[in-house]
Design a protein around this ligand. Structure first.
Ligand code: ADP
Ligand code: MG
Length: 686
């Protein structure tokens, strides 16, 4: 049912609701408060803080109309503690009289900084002749605050949501989860009521932090919707067609012969799982998980060769330029001797070079295309794309993944897809996040790796660290010095790296120091990486751009400055850049003192383990927070109420309910997905 069924909601207003993504009554009911405000008690004026939404109560000491840019009414109010000014740009002719000096007033609004006093602009007000008799503004004590839009006020939102709740009470059609599965939780109708119009005794903290049964009811349902959508996608994929690809070893055999090492047992196992998938006539959708340095690239190469020897084109998509360039170098070295055409498509190519690339791609001259986001563009068309590889998938959203995949759909056959990630995710979470994919894990590192020894040091010991760098370089080793992100700014980070670079150059005159950061030209970056690889640079000062993929086995010492700024998963990725050769490797996590206890614990967790999964688990325990996942990056941040980390204890129950619903009430499954994830529903039907 659309929102236009609500009394008083005309077409013009409906358009405003549409801006918020609200079309149906169900959408409206699921437009949940972002927070609540307690309007029942007033604050002392001198205790207010700017930006807070609150009530004040006091006596009017002046009301005047002033002409500045525009005519406005200013009412000055005083309580025992101080003075505040209320500003109205729109007002009725008699408003000045009704706000007469001496009257008492209660105002509710956002506190702003004025020239002399605090201000509120267009607060909601009540005026009385004595300092009592004020109504409690809303019958309920807690006022929900919603995401709003121009022309759609909080009051209007509350009014129409109220009407929608009444409607729901009469037809509780939203109840989809069978009651047996939600023992102890309220019905959807009750839950929505509590959330939109909390009763006087509601525990607002619980409502906000998700531990309230009403909130839990919604979390359960949203998580279920997500899980169902993944299951449906998976089932749907099974109905699609793909070209079966079976290894004939035309390229694979010479490639393995030329390779200076042999694949590990884990790599072989995973490659076989991939080949088996590719041999089917349904498209493969497989995720390869493997810790940093576990050798995912080789696995991708062996999978790619299978497609290539069957005359299919391959695309490999990387999240950063530097990583794409690195893959390009690797694949060129590996594949060109086999007579294969490897091409790099980066956003930084000239228009002419790009056009050439598009043409030879469409004519089928290019065998394997490696690129960044540049491969998503419309001009990129393939002659015969049979295999899509996505590296470090947590940086791409589901939509992007699909765009690329769709480029390969031809005569109703679909390309096979391989997704590789180094983000270690605890098992229960992985079961939810990747429920639409088959998962292979490379659980073994290539031989000859020496575990990285990690130390945690305060920056007061910087000099010692620098001496250590000097010794390492004189012993023929290579070193990374990593400058971390300042306030999420790549520019500031680049500046910090430049400062460290100059500083280290003057402190270490006998050492060849290089610099690399995200703001440099790609050609320059590539030249620097090449120099470092070949040993012309001994100490490389870098920003976190080297986080993924960079591979220089001779580098055996890494110093991370301000390590406390980074999340554990990022630190783990960074540290994975050393320990790739046979020399004993070290990582120095330098922190700015003083350090909070939890941060210290996190750094110690890095010191105590080299295993990405252990670290991820530890991070969960210490922080209980979402950083390990970078849920935003996983492309599933579109949850309304779910917090995957907080709510993971529900996952096993969800799996039961999900298969029950899919078996016995498949039509409800679609309804519930449509209800919570209308965008995802689009993909399912695609
Ligand atoms: P990641 O899984 O982090 O992407 P890479 O694919 O970059 O790891 O591999 C890391 C390093 O290990 C590379 O230098 C690669 O050549 C090397 N490597 C991969 N597989 C093996 C193996 N089976 N034996 C020895 N070295 C290997
Ligand atoms: Mg990699």
């Amino acid at each position: 049912m659309t929102i236009s069924h609500l009394p008083g909601l005309g077409d013009a207003l409906a358009k405003k609701f549409n801006v918020l993504g609200i079309y149906s009554i169900r959408d409206l009911l699921l437009h949940l408060p972002i927070r609540y405000e307690d309007r029942s008690s007033s604050n002392e004026i001198n205790q207010l803080s700017i930006g807070e939404h609150t009530s004040i109560q006091g006596q009017i000491i002046k009301t005047e109309i002033v002409m500045s840019r525009k005519r406005m009414l200013i009412c000055t109010v005083q309580d025992d503690s101080g003075i505040i000014q209320l500003r109205f740009m729109h007002f009725y002719p008699n408003m000045q009289q009704s706000l007469a000096v001496g009257k008492w007033l209660k105002a509710y609004g956002e506190v702003k900084k004025g020239k002399i006093y605090f201000e509120m602009i267009h607060p909601q007000i009540q005026v009385r002749t004595t300092n009592h008799d004020f109504d409690i503004v809303d019958t309920e004590r807690y006022t929900p605050i919603y995401a709003a839009t121009y022309g759609l006020t909080q009051t209007m939102l509350r009014k129409f949501i109220h009407l929608a709740l009444l409607l729901l009470k009469r037809n509780p059609t939203l109840e989809i989860i069978p009651n047996t599965f939600i023992a102890g939780l309220p019905s959807i109708e009750e839950a929505l009521h509590i959330i939109h119009e909390p009763p006087l005794d509601a525990d607002i903290i619980q409502l906000e932090d998700g531990s309230h049964p009403a909130k839990k009811r919604l979390i359960f349902e949203e998580l279920l919707a997500y899980h169902l959508s993944m299951q449906i996608t998976k089932t749907h994929n099974q109905t699609l067609l793909a070209t079966p690809i079976i290894p004939n070893h035309h390229y694979i055999t010479p490639f393995l012969q030329a390779l200076p090492f042999s694949p590990t047992r884990a790599q072989n196992r995973v490659v076989n799982e991939i080949w088996q998938d590719m041999a089917k006539n349904v498209p493969m959708m497989r995720l390869v998980q493997g810790d940093v340095g576990s050798g995912k690239t080789l696995v991708a190469a062996l999978a790619a060769l299978n497609a290539l020897e069957n005359k299919q084109q391959v695309v490999l998509m990387a999240p950063t330029e530097i990583l794409a360039e690195q893959h390009f170098l690797n694949f060129t070295n590996w594949f060109e001797p086999l007579g294969l055409q490897v091409t790099l498509l980066s956003g930084k190519l000239t228009a002419k070079r790009k056009r050439e690339c598009y043409e030879s791609l469409e004519s089928g001259q290019i065998d394997i295309l490696i690129g960044t986001h540049a491969v998503f563009v419309e001009q990129v068309k393939f002659a015969n794309l049979g295999f899509v590889i996505i590296d470090e998938q947590h940086r791409f959203g589901v939509a992007q993944r699909l765009t690329l995949w769709q480029k390969g759909i031809k005569d109703n056959t679909h390309p096979h897809q391989l997704i590789m990630t180094a983000t270690p995710i605890p098992r229960t979470l992985a079961m939810t996040i990747y429920a639409d994919l088959d998962v292979s894990t490379i659980d073994e590192l290539p031989p000859g790796r020496t575990p990285v020894t990690t130390v945690v040091l305060p920056n007061t010991r910087r000099e010692e660290v620098i001496t250590r760098i000097e010794h390492a370089c004189h012993d023929g080793k290579q070193v990374y010095w990593v400058c971390t992100l300042v306030e999420e700014s790549e520019i500031l980070e680049a500046q910090a790296a430049e400062v460290a670079y100059t500083d280290l150059q003057s402190l270490l005159p006998t050492i060849k120091v290089g610099l690399i950061h995200g703001k440099m030209k790609p050609s320059l970056k590539q030249a620097v990486m090449q120099d470092f690889k070949q040993g012309q640079i001994q100490l490389l000062v870098a920003t976190t751009v080297i986080e993924v993929g960079v591979d220089v086995p001779n580098a055996s010492l890494m110093v991370i400055e301000n390590a406390e700024r980074l999340g554990l998963s990022q630190l783990h990725q960074l540290r994975g850049r050393v320990g790739r050769g046979s020399a004993a490797s070290h990582c120095v996590l330098m922190y700015q003192t003083p350090l909070s206890r939890t941060t210290k614990e996190r750094l110690n967790a890095m010191r105590d383990s080299n295993d990405g999964f252990v670290i991820a688990q530890k991070d969960l325990e210490i922080r209980g927070g979402g950083e390990i996942l970078g849920t935003r990056q996983v492309g599933i941040a579109d949850f309304k109420v779910v917090d995957l980390i907080r709510d993971q204890h529900m996952i096993s129950a969800i799996q039961n309910v999900s298969s029950y619903i899919l078996t016995y009430h498949p039509e409800s499954a679609i309804t519930i997905v449509n209800c919570w994830l209308p965008d995802r529903a689009k993909y399912i039907n695609a």
